[in-house]
Design a protein around this ligand. Structure first.
Ligand code: ADP
Ligand code: MN
Ligand code: MN
Ligand code: MN
Ligand code: MN
Length: 371
């Protein structure tokens, strides 16, 4: 204890003369997140994010340990793409969203960022905005899902009170009998703000122990970068609280809401052009209907268990849209219908989506295909 106290005191006094710890974060071969730290020396502090970004080196890792390369040729190259402040280490330390390449410089098959980035680069003047509503479910005492058996408890009332009562009192709730996990949601929001992630809000969800936060609006590829880093921060916050987060779209079977990633979307013309609802959005939505199953293919694993037509969802096999309709695939907000311009909400994406794939696909269907 004494040693720990002394360590803490010394670290607090450290003015961090000329080094920065850079946490490189990347997506692994299974859709999870990995990270490791690179110490950057010879830095003049305090340093801006921009100046650090300019001097961050390309790095590498052992892809045979992450499902991303065979053992005999295991080096995967990490390219820094987006830089955030590190809320865990503080100071001038940073977190870096990186993506993965072969030594020859080709994106590896799991690098979905490269493809999305190429799509957005075709028409940057469209200024696509994305606001993603990330829902998640918190579990305590074990990672195996199933509820409320021991070793598989959500952050719900089952922990103290036995089986939770039916849905109703939990959404946007306050109170120890209905609200579970607020310190995690709150710490996460604060850490994201510190990091420079464009988080726009949070709320307790319909199922006990289920929460949501929103990231956006972000322009183009930034949406995926901010979303992935926000998930990494969630993993680290949960680690500190001794809790696990599930991104499963139907973590508890039965009469409980699933978890989604509603994706709110607009282009500059949708936002600004008078009557864009009729002249721009309706043709976009018609093409979305044609491409419905192509979208579903990248809208998350296990989404069939969530998109049943119940629990504020539309059935997975049929595209629909409607004003203020939370039972449609795409919801047109009242304001958009009223003003004839604005944005729409694609309600189909599941909580476990790859936002690079989803944002890229929406941009392709609504802009590039129609050009
Ligand atoms: P809901 O009413 O469906 O719960 P939220 O308030 O949770 O919606 O999330 C809406 C998200 O949409 C936010 O991240 C917000 O920043 C984003 N958003 C707002 N306006 C636009 C727009 N014009 N284009 C894209 N996203 C937008
Ligand atoms: Mn090693
Ligand atoms: Mn929401
Ligand atoms: Mn929600
Ligand atoms: Mn929504």
């Amino acid at each position: 204890m004494a040693a720990l106290k002394a360590l803490e005191a010394n670290l607090a006094k450290d003015t961090q003369a000329n080094y920065v710890m850079a946490e490189y974060v990347w997506i692994d071969g299974f859709g999870g997140l990995r990270s490791k730290t690179k110490v950057i020396t010879g830095v003049t502090l305090p340093a801006t994010i921009e100046s650090l970004k300019a001097r961050l080196p390309v790095w590498n890792f052992d892809g045979s340990s992450t499902g991303q390369a065979p053992g005999e040729d295991s080096e995967v190259i990490l390219k820094p793409q987006a830089v955030f402040r590190d809320p865990f280490r503080g100071g001038s330390n940073i977190m870096v969203m990186a993506d993965c390449y072969t030594p020859a410089g080709e994106p590896i098959p799991t690098n979905t960022r490269a493809g999305a980035s190429a799509l957005f680069a075709k028409k940057p003047e469209e200024e696509p905005w994305f606001g993603i509503e990330q829902e998640y479910t918190l579990f305590k005492d074990g990672t195996k899902l199933g509820w409320p058996r021991s070793g598989a408890r959500s952050m719900g009332p089952c922990v103290q009170l036995g089986f939770p009562g039916p849905q109703g009192p939990y959404y946007c709730s306050a109170g120890a009998d209905v609200c579970f996990g607020r310190p995690i949601s709150d710490d996460h929001m604060h850490a994201c703000l510190y990091a420079g992630i464009n988080i726009s809000g949070t709320n307790a969800e319909v199922m006990p122990g289920q929460w949501e936060y929103q990231v956006g609006p972000c322009v183009g590829i930034d949406s995926g970068d901010h979303m992935w880093m926000s998930r990494y921060i969630m993993l680290r916050i949960c680690e500190a609280h001794g809790v696990t987060v599930s991104w499963d779209p139907k973590p508890i079977p039965g009469d409980w809401n699933g978890a989604g990633c509603h994706t709110n979307y607009s282009t500059k013309a949708m936002r600004e052009q008078d009557n864009s609802y009729e002249t721009i959005m309706k043709p976009m939505l018609a093409n979305m209907e044609k491409k419905h199953m192509e979208h579903i293919a990248v809208y998350g694993e296990g989404n069939d268990k969530r998109l049943t037509g119940a629990h504020e969802t539309a059935p997975i096999d049929k595209f629909s849209y409607g004003v203020a309709n939370r039972g449609a695939s795409v919801r047109i907000p009242n304001d958009t219908a009223k003003h004839g311009k604005g944005y729409f909400e694609d309600r189909r994406p599941a909580s476990n989506i790859d936002p690079y794939l989803v944002t890229g696909k929406i941009f392709q269907t609504t802009v590039l295909d129609l050009a």
